[in-house]
Design a protein around this ligand. Structure first.
Ligand SMILES: Nc1ncnc2c1ncn2[C@@H]1O[C@H](COP(=O)(O)OP(=O)(O)OP(=O)(O)O)[C@@H](O)[C@H]1O
Length: 766
């Protein structure tokens, strides 16, 4: 039976190889065509006739795309196949495939036999043969839907689903799922063979590296519903750890671009909690053939120019993230004008005008300032009005108006007066000191002064909170606001930018016509393209302040102030929001919920739930579920899809914690092929890196908040009690730490964990 099975497998691999050869032959033809078209197009671009751009549009675009993606050295260009019964209405779509999801009336014969009427191959992009029948269907096309959606309960027309594994041009293996096992199906007159036992398990068991892989070959039905959900509104997705929320969000970005490239030329923003998660996930979209239009940014890098990676103590983070900061910042932006940040605020204005001295006293100046600040415009943009009202007051003071009974003459004289004064150095210097153009950093720096901040935050923050906030700002920033920002400072800076107003920016560089053709600039080496991809992505992020679609990953962790910052970037956007309340490290979910509602406005929402944990084996998930029960009583954990038979290990640090961590990490490195993550309390983040020195780059140390979204073959969680005690949301943070491993988990206890005789810490006991 085994030998026979092997020969079936080999025969099936040969059959898929034949198809793949055909695909590559066709692709080579397309490359030649594309090169010819590109060449021709660039000649026409040099001639520069007005119609040139329009002429070469569609076909060159497509050819360039093929070329670009083909050169991307895909490991598995073609990865799937479905064998289908005839479609119900016999109608075929533009790609040549039947459009109906349901089988035709007579597709299954009375004796339970059926013929395969259609075979579709699914790949990273669509390829048509010379007579326009599909050789490969793009995974995002409607015809590919059944590859992901069909289940044995609702198979539709799908009889057999096959995952084809290939490397370069060589087919390595096939794995089949039979969705209608009750049928005796035949293909070209022979019985339909079935090989292997499922691609999903094979994919899940593979060792992990420091970058995430795409899941195109094994997207599951509940995930596919999210990926292909219509984009007209807000798509909200909740699911426990490992349910594929991040993977789904990334695949959705690729799907949306495929669906409506024109609309999403406005850019897709993916907001990620940490730079670690950004670098872990940023390879997925290029592997799906999508690059330029998507910017993945960490929360600490969302405001222009910021690159924050440091975290505040929880106590301070709670204040900085709170919606109450809006009021404080508003007061600070206005109050900073009166504090003389750069030079003492002048108390009076004295000038000589029309041959006489004119003067405005402190009280008069204050009245002008109050009048201007009564408006709602950003503070820096009020400067012209302040200037105008000063001139009004000065003009009144000269008494000159009375000398000109004729209105026309008076207006002329006034114009002369304004012209004279407003170019005078003394007046300009006064204005700079009295109404300086403030930068967000300057105001943030000014908030480091305890007395000032106490004034600006009166009746909004408690005195202790204001003190903590001022101290935290002063510890990192100079009084001018220079110095490293914390992740939570960035949202404050962004809010200040809004309150202060940005001076007009220089005009954007004209977009390069060749860039728009996605491909003309791609007739280059891979390394070249990588460099350019980064340049382009950077440029995109610099230039865009608003996006057409915003995807928020780990949405449960955004503070109210961060929701405001993200919301500003998607005022006219559609949204996809993925998260898990049970993993939230924010202490006041209600306040964050309100800010989220405000960011999303009245857009209709579509909700989805993901229920299957693809990451953790059941043995590890069961342990994590105990913490979930404490962190969120009554919450339903996701169902772990596989089991390894390997239970978590419990160890106790008898001596120094660092030494024990090192030993246990070394042990895990022996046991797994891929990566090991060592999760410690945030306060131990620095020293933990030192503990692991010399163990190689397969192992990394992480503060508990940095572990968000990441995964490792094995995880070592050092002192659960320390992690849980670090903040009011500590148990949820511990739940995150315990759900990072794909194979093995070691829990290392120290004194505060109160381990029992078998080393199980108090928090994890049954
Ligand atoms: N359909 C699938 N096929 C293969 N692998 C999958 C599938 N869905 C998810 N995975 C894998 O499961 C792991 C968890 O996915 P992901 O990180 O997207 O989950 P998550 O819900 O974002 O988790 P967390 O909430 O813990 O951050 C990843 O390794 C991902 O590749």
């Amino acid at each position: 039976m085994g030998a026979q099975h092997d020969s079936v497998r080999e025969r099936e691999i040969r059959a898929e190889q034949k198809h793949l050869d055909q695909v590559y032959e066709r692709l080579e033809e397309k490359i030649h065509e594309a090169e010819f078209l590109m060449d021709d197009a660039s000649k026409r671009a040099q001639v520069g006739t007005p119609g040139a751009l329009a002429e070469r549009d569609a076909q060159v675009f497509r050819a360039g795309l093929h070329l670009n993606r083909l050169n991307s050295e895909f490991e598995d260009f073609l990865f799937g196949r479905i064998d289908l019964l005839e479609g119900k209405d016999g109608v075929r779509g533009p790609d040549g495939a039947y459009t109906s999801v349901d089988p035709a009336e007579g597709a299954v014969h009375g004796d339970g036999t059926a013929d395969i009427a259609e075979t579709l191959h699914i790949g990273r992009l669509g390829v048509l043969d010379a007579d326009y029948s599909p050789l490969v269907i793009d995974w995002r096309a409607p015809a590919a839907g059944p590859f992901y959606r069909a289940t044995p309960v609702a198979p539709g027309r799908v009889v057999r689903r096959r995952v084809v594994r290939s490397k370069g041009r060589q087919v390595l293996g096939v794995e089949d799922d039979l969705l209608r096992p009750e049928l005796k199906a035949s293909l070209d007159g022979a019985e339909l063979p079935v090989v292997g036992d499922g691609a999903l398990m094979a994919a899940l068991g593979r060792a992990r590296s420091h970058s995430m892989r795409d899941i195109v070959a094994s997207i599951q039905a509940e995930q596919d519903m999210v990926i292909r959900a219509p984009a007209a509104s807000v798509t909200e997705v909740e699911g426990g750890p490992g349910t594929g929320k991040t993977a789904v969000a990334l695949h959705r970005a690729a799907y949306l671009l495929y669906q409506d490239r024109r609309r999403y030329s406005g850019g897709i923003l993916i907001v990620s909690p940490t730079p670690l998660l950004v670098s872990y996930t940023e390879g997925v979209l290029p592997s799906l053939g999508e690059e330029g239009q998507v910017a993945i940014r960490a929360l600490g890098s969302l405001a222009e120019g910021a690159e924050a990676t440091t975290y505040d103590e929880q106590r301070v983070a709670r204040v900085k993230g709170s919606a109450r900061m809006q009021k404080v910042l508003r007061k600070a932006a206005r109050g900073a004008l009166e504090t003389g940040l750069r030079a003492p605020v002048p108390e009076r204005l004295r000038l000589v005008a029309f041959g006489a001295r004119v003067e405005l006293e402190a009280a008069e100046l204050r009245a002008v300032r109050q009048q201007v600040l009564g408006g709602t415009a950003p503070v820096n943009l009020m400067r012209p009005r302040a200037r105008k009202l000063l001139l009004d007051a000065l003009w009144e003071k000269t008494g000159a108006r009375r000398h000109y009974p004729d209105a026309e003459l008076a207006a002329e004289a006034r114009q002369g007066f304004d012209g004279e004064i407003s170019t005078e150095d003394d007046f300009l210097a006064f204005l700079d000191d009295w109404w300086p153009e403030l930068s967000p950093r300057e105001v943030l720096g000014a908030m480091g002064d305890e007395q000032r901040l106490a004034r600006w935050s009166r009746r909004v923050l408690r005195p202790g909170e204001a003190r903590d906030l001022a101290r935290s700002l002063r510890a990192r920033l100079t009084p001018e606001g220079q110095g490293p920002l914390s992740v939570h400072d960035v949202a404050l800076l962004d809010e200040l930018r809004l309150l202060l107003g940005t001076p007009a920016r220089p005009k954007k560089r004209e977009a390069d016509v060749l860039d728009q053709l996605t491909g003309l600039d791609e007739l280059t080496t891979y390394a070249d393209r990588e460099g350019r991809r980064r340049d382009r992505a950077d440029r995109l992020a610099e230039e865009r302040t608003e996006y057409a679609h915003v995807i928020v990953d780990e949405a449960q962790d955004l503070t109210p102030m961060q929701w405001r910052m993200v919301g500003r970037r998607g005022r006219h956007a559609t949204w996809t929001i993925v998260g898990d309340p049970a993993q939230s490290s924010w202490s006041d979910p209600d306040e964050a919920g309100e800010a989220r509602d405000e960011a999303l406005g009245k857009r209709p929402r579509r909700r989805f739930e993901l229920t299957v944990n693809y990451r953790n084996p059941a043995e590890l998930a069961t342990l994590a579920d105990r913490v979930l029960a404490l962190a969120m009583p009554g919450a339903e954990p996701p169902r772990a899809v596989r089991s390894t038979g390997i239970e978590p290990r419990f160890a106790v640090a008898e001596g120094e914690l660092g030494e024990a961590v090192r030993q246990e990490a070394a042990r895990l490195l022996e046991e797994v092929e891929g990566t090991v993550g060592v999760v410690v309390a945030m306060s131990r983040r620095q020293e933990a890196a030192g503990w692991l020195a010399g163990l190689g780059d397969r192992v990394v140390a992480l503060g508990s908040l940095e572990a968000k979204g990441l995964e490792y073959d094995a995880t070592l969680v050092a002192s659960p009690a320390e992690i849980a005690d670090e903040s009011p949301a500590g148990l949820r943070v511990l739940y995150v730490a315990l759900t990072r491993a794909t194979q093995r988990l070691t829990v290392l206890s120290a004194g505060p964990d109160i381990p029992d005789a078998t080393g199980v810490p108090d928090l994890l006991r049954d």
